[in-house]
Design a protein around this ligand. Structure first.
Ligand code: ATP
Length: 477
């Protein structure tokens, strides 16, 4: 690792160099909080979304939905976003920079801890907890004289609430009557379609609706690569249950979602559950699944028991009944909801961080060398296999190219004939390709190729015409 480069910087730079993620509109200097997914990133992202979609919908009681990003503005009044989806912000009068008030305090505490001023850090931290309850951050900033990190001055405006929803206009008139918002979460598209799905899909309570889609939040501080961005993707599932049965389902979904990450190769030590210390007024249970990112622990998914708050609000605001009628018992009720709300682009970043490894291995000349390897779960790996001719002559390229074309009918594969074979293995290791097939002189006489495993680096001989099935078995295992 180069000096002064943090572990996260190294991953961000690999992601760019190998075509996973680019800064949005980079040629114009970039747009803060927005990122583009390159050729490998888009494959990895699709595989990650696919894994979630399959886990969620390949069961009897969950169906899918894809709702529009723009929704009727009453949606956001009902959900509470118009009034209270805001962050406290404060401006430095000197640098004119805007900060999230709570983050400003948190970062100050971190700086104190670094300087071993533990007592003062603890005292401010205790005040911060109270400030969160009271939603009053200004007094701490003023009384503790928390300085502007850019200028060192302590010349702050009042704290104001800043709504995080992006506003735009439908049609040619730019006035309040045509104002709409880019959705800040996918969940509301599911709530407003609850009756449509219920009436059209033969589902009965309990059942869930799953959706993957873009969300937008005008975050004050975007940071840590894909962790907090202004445009991002979410994978949410709202599960509708009979009131009184929500805790049982909450427990079940907690387990399901935890296991989802383990099944995708997340290490148990890099995950933790964090129960919410303070519940939202409508929730009766909530916890986050956190991942240990290079900068520390951060939420990747929330599992929430949200009572009937959202459906009741939409019933009230729309005047349309949001009830379920049990045809057997004649019971009528507005269902309770247990939701699993995962960030897909944030999860992608966790996958990348989890996969990143630098190992010391024996090189071609017998000396130890470093290899960078992305140990993606084979299901997630953007490229499933690579095919190489050992050398560029004697019919090896033709043989290898034919194998490559055979595999490409079913999988994303790469063909590479440039440079020493060791270098080609390293290139594939660095993008997380789980298997490589090498064609050599023996291949031409006996029809076998070498199959090499990314993680163990072990090599076995297999018949070239069995390579497709061999690969399929490995990926399914
Ligand atoms: P945070 O506290 O980090 O802002 P949140 O509690 O507001 O997140 P939710 O509204 O519960 O998040 O959204 C569900 C998931 O969506 C989060 O767990 C996260 O993975 C993802 N997410 C939320 N905001 C962003 C963002 N600005 N950028 C990327 N992903 C996000």
């Amino acid at each position: 690792m180069a000096k002064n480069q943090s572990a996260l910087d190294v991953i961000v730079s690999l992601a760019k160099r190998r075509g996973f993620v680019f800064q949005s509109s980079e040629v114009y200097g970039g747009l803060n909080g927005c990122w583009d997914f390159g050729p490998l990133g888009v494959e990895l992202l699709r595989n990650y979304k696919d894994a979630w979609w399959r886990a969620m919908t390949l069961r009897d009681d969950v169906v899918g939905l894809d709702a529009a990003i723009l929704m009727h503005p009453r949606t956001w009044e009902a959900s509470g976003h118009t009034d209270s989806f805001s962050d406290p912000m404060i401006d430095s009068k000197t640098s004119k920079k805007r900060h999230r008030a709570d983050t400003l305090i948190e970062e100050f505490i971190q700086r104190l801890r670094k300087k071993k001023k533990t007592e003062r850090a603890d005292a401010i931290e205790a005040r911060l907890e109270q400030a969160r309850e009271a939603e009053d951050f200004y007094n701490i900033i003023a009384e503790e004289e928390i300085p502007d990190p850019d200028t060192g001055t302590c010349d702050w405006t009042e704290v104001r609430n800043f709504n995080l929803m992006f506003k735009t206009f439908v049609g040619p008139l730019e006035d309040e009557s045509s104002a709409v918002y880019l959705r800040p979460e996918t969940a509301q598209g599911i709530f407003v379609n609850f009756k449509n799905v219920l009436d059209s899909s033969r589902q009965k309570i309990p059942f869930g609706i799953a959706q993957i889609g873009k969300s937008f939040r005008n975050e004050i501080n975007t940071k840590y690569f894909l962790f907090r961005t202004r445009e991002f993707e979410q994978m949410e599932m709202q599960y509708f249950v009979k009131p009184g049965e929500e805790m049982e389902w909450y427990e079940r979904w907690r387990e399901e979602r935890w296991n989802f990450y383990l099944n995708l190769g997340f290490n148990e030590d890099s995950l933790r559950r964090k129960e919410h210390a303070k519940l939202a007024h409508y929730a009766n249970a909530a916890e986050d699944i956190e991942f240990h990112f290079p900068f520390g622990w951060g939420e990747i998914e929330g599992i929430h028991s949200r009572t009937d708050f959202d459906l009741q609000r939409h019933q009230e605001f729309s005047g349309k009944k949001m009830e379920f009628v049990d045809t057997v018992t004649r019971d009528r009720f507005v269902p309770y909801v247990v939701e699993t709300a995962a960030g897909c682009t944030r999860g992608f970043m966790a996958v990348l961080c989890q996969a990143y490894n630098v190992e010391s291995v024996e090189g071609d000349n017998g000396k130890s060398e470093e290899r960078t390897v992305l140990k993606f779960h084979p299901k997630l790996a953007p490229i499933k296999a690579a095919v190489f001719p050992l050398v560029k002559r004697d019919g090896m390229p033709e043989f290898a190219h034919k194998l490559y074309k055979d595999l490409q009918r079913s999988f994303t594969v790469q063909y590479d004939e440039s440079g020493a074979v060791g270098r080609r293995y390293r290139r594939q290791d660095e993008i997380g390709t789980p298997y490589c097939f090498t064609v050599d002189t023996d291949s031409l006489s006996d029809g076998t190729v070498t199959a090499r495993d990314r993680d163990t680096m072990e090599q076995v001989r297999i018949p070239a015409d069995g390579a497709l099935n061999w690969l399929r078995d490995k990926l399914d295992a």
